[in-house]
Design a protein around this ligand. Structure first.
Ligand code: CDP
Ligand code: MG
Length: 140
């Protein structure tokens, strides 16, 4: 298959813990190509827009508070099966259930503060990439 692109975020917990470099080393070690990257801070409103799919969940308010609590590092990753491979590289949503060596196992501290985000499918990847990098061309 052709390469595909996914949105990855290093969340505020991992940024404040100085784990950007450690996580980038894992990403590069897995041969993803980093196409775009930006450090930014979300407003509460922009965090709510990003996680709109979860707006009816009990964790929505805490999650969007957390995601707007400090800087995040947002990237577009490219590679074969990048969406699924980045999900596998992160591990399970709950760090306590994430396999050894996964990003969330290594650097997550709770189901909320789980170090990283990754798109869960091609449509969400397209939405999420355009949410942060409007006008970015998905094709090579
Ligand atoms: O990030 P992922 O796709 O693995 O999980 P999700 O189900 O789409 O949830 C989005 C984010 O909400 C998670 O990464 C957690 O930060 C947070 N969350 C939470 O705080 N409490 C839960 N019970 C589930 C998710
Ligand atoms: Mg998700």
């Amino acid at each position: 298959m052709a390469s595909e692109r996914t949105l990855a975020i290093i969340k505020p917990d991992a940024v404040v813990a100085n784990n950007i470099g450690n996580i980038l080393a894992i990403i590069e070690g897995k041969k993803f190509s980093i196409k775009k990257a930006e450090m930014l801070r979300l407003s509460k409103q922009k965090a709510e827009g990003f996680y709109a799919i979860h707006s009816d969940k009990p964790f929505f308010s805490n999650l969007t508070d957390f995601m707007s609590s400090g800087p995040i590092f947002v990237m577009v990753l490219d590679g074969k099966h990048a969406i699924q491979r980045w999900r596998e590289t992160m591990g399970a949503t709950n760090p306590a259930e994430a396999g050894p060596g996964t990003v969330r196992n290594l650097y997550g501290t709770s189901i909320e503060r789980n170090a990283t985000h990754g798109s869960d499918g091609p449509q969400t990847a397209a939405f999420e990439i355009s949410y942060f990098f409007p006008g970015y061309k998905m094709a090579k």
